[in-house]
Design a protein around this ligand. Structure first.
Ligand SMILES: C[S@@+](CC[C@H](N)C(=O)[O-])C[C@H]1O[C@@H](n2cnc3c(N)ncnc32)[C@H](O)[C@@H]1O
Length: 516
């Protein structure tokens, strides 16, 4: 197959952005659209070493899963799944998680049906629109700007403000508008422009806010096109904060501070996490953000130690805990990869909760999580691929109790997952009840844990070895089947090679336990 060739193919899957893909001449072709079940005629536009890219020229057969797109802006790049039946969308999200776990993590477990909470439209409480010729716009599929009068995904209140703002003269001095709303019906508008605030803009914008009933108005100067907002927020009018209640706790929202975009989806995650943590435990939570999981977790916990990298989020989380009367949470600011090894040494960790960004867990976090050896671990993930990669290591010491995808961003390809893990024991290894006769058939030597291997190496050689090194050597001897296990090169998190002296000591231990 070559560029400009025309091929016919059936769309059988989506890529991570929700764009159709299929096979032609045995090779994978990524498309610019389409739905699973479509049969399409495609022009090949790019040839890569292992795949092709194609543009759909015409539809030979339309998928039975297609529905009428309810959005008039069909070229907008915001939502991937508006022409697809919701049931099919959720079924694909479930498959996406299961496939990633099997393919990347060699994890073959039951994946629960996707939890979808609330309406699939009108859920976004924060959106940004670029300003062009006094119109509010979103980017189209080809990078073009599309004037938007109403977005199906944001709240009705936000749409009222969006409609009222179109054509306002003072928008000439604004590059971007952010609209935030809460379930209490409060609203905030953030104006972002390249210059310092001036009186014309101030008067026009404040007059608009008063007339449109906007509760809070901010301005931020921003000259960096990579960011929506600048660092400094000027409060122009109305309340400084609007308030959202999430799982019973109040959070003040001001300026550009982070807050979950879909409160119903966030509550589904919180409930899953809280219901999995047994009462009375010492909980450590990494990547805690502003603490929307931390506070509900604290209710039944003995104590929570919460770690977060961003100092502004930690300051906010501390204040929010105090405002909500929570006293058993201790926040530690800093990178989880630096903090967790210390926690593993110094603290009692009954339950470890993690909610990392898309890059997943840092190798040091995996390593020290194994070392801390908690009874249970709860992993909230926004990226099935890095979840799978991390579970591949964690499953050496944890049993995967359940995997529950949660639909935080309906009509997009994004999917969140909550994985519940419990400390592995012999029962989990065997998984089935077996009689005396059968027991004698089982080679228990294969069950040497990482802890046992570490102890053997320390006792015999006086060397401390990490679980990651043990995993490397087990992989070398085919005891872990996965190949190509690597941490992201982009994040510069590749696992270092095990030093020779430690490699020999680990191999001796594996031999001692009859594993090689
Ligand atoms: C998916 S969000 C978690 C949000 C959180 N559950 C909340 O409700 O706010 C991931 C968080 O990890 C933080 N983060 C990113 N890298 C980190 C690191 N190396 N160490 C600790 N936290 C980090 C981000 O600042 C962000 O707040």
């Amino acid at each position: 197959m070559e560029v400009f060739d025309k091929v016919r193919l059936a769309i059988t899957d989506y890529d991570y952005r929700g764009r159709g893909m299929g096979k032609a001449d045995g090779a994978v072709v990524f498309l610019d659209g389409g739905e699973i079940g479509d049969v399409v005629d495609v022009t090949i536009v790019k040839k890569k070493k292992r795949f092709f890219e194609g543009e759909i020229a015409s539809y030979e057969k339309k998928s039975p899963h297609r529905v009428k797109n309810p959005c008039p802006y069909t070229n907008c790049n915001g939502c991937a799944f508006l022409s697809l039946d919701r049931k099919e969308e959720l079924a694909w999200k479930r498959r996406r998680v299961a496939d990633a776990l099997a393919r990347i993590g060699d994890v073959d477990v039951h994946v629960d049906p996707v939890v979808a909470r609330g309406e699939s439209t009108g859920y976004r409480n924060h959106m940004q629109f670029h300003v062009k010729d006094r119109k509010l716009t979103l980017y189209g599929k080809g990078g073009e700007v599309i004037s938007i009068k109403r977005c199906l995904m944001q709240t009705e209140r936000a749409n009222e403000i969006l409609a009222a703002m179109q054509g306002e003269k003072w928008l000439d001095e604004v590059a971007l508008v952010g609209i935030r709303t809460t379930r209490r019906g409060e609203s905030m508008v953030i104006l972002s422009g390249p210059k310092d605030m001036n009186d014309n803009l101030l008067h026009g914008a404040v007059a608009f806010a008063v007339e449109a009933g906007v509760d809070s108005l901010y301005y931020t100067k921003n000259t960096n096109p990579r960011f929506h907002y600048g660092r400094k927020m000027e409060h122009l009018y109305g309340k400084k904060e609007i308030t959202e209640t999430l799982a019973g706790y109040d959070y003040g929202i001001f300026g550009a501070n982070f807050f979950q975009v879909n409160p119903m989806g966030a509550e589904a995650i919180i409930e899953k996490v809280v219901s999995a943590a047994e009462p009375g435990k010492n909980i450590v939570e990494l990547y805690a953000g502003i603490g929307t999981i931390t506070l509900p977790l604290s209710e039944q916990a003995e104590a929570v130690v919460a770690n977060e990298y961003a100092q502004t989020s930690v300051d906010y989380a501390r204040k929010t805990a105090e405002d909500n009367g929570v006293t058993n949470v201790r926040y530690i600011a800093g990178a989880a990869e630096k903090i967790m090894p210390r926690i593993a040494e110094d603290e009692k960790v009954d339950v470890l909760v993690v909610d990392p960004p898309r890059a997943g867990l840092d190798p040091m976090v995996v390593e020290s999580a194994l070392q801390a050896n908690p009874e249970a671990m709860i992993y909230v993930s926004c990226n099935p691929s890095t979840l799978a990669r991390d579970l591949a290591l964690l499953k050496e010491q944890f049993h995967i109790e359940s995997i529950t995808p949660i639909d935080m961003f309906p009509h997009t390809a994004a999917v969140e997952t909550v994985a519940l893990l419990s400390k592995l024991n012999t029962e989990h290894h065997l998984d089935i009840e077996i009689g005396e006769d059968e027991l004698s058939e089982i080679d228990f030597s294969k069950d040497a844990t990482y802890g046992e291997i570490k102890k053997y190496v320390l006792d015999k050689y006086g060397l401390k070895v990490s679980s990651l090194y043990i995993a490397q050597i087990k992989r070398k001897h085919g005891l872990i089947e996965r190949e190509n296990y690597n941490f992201s090169k982009k994040e510069n998190q590749r696992v270092p090679n095990c030093p020779e002296e430690k490699e020999k000591a680990i191999e001796d231990a594996l031999e001692h336990f009859g594993m090689i």
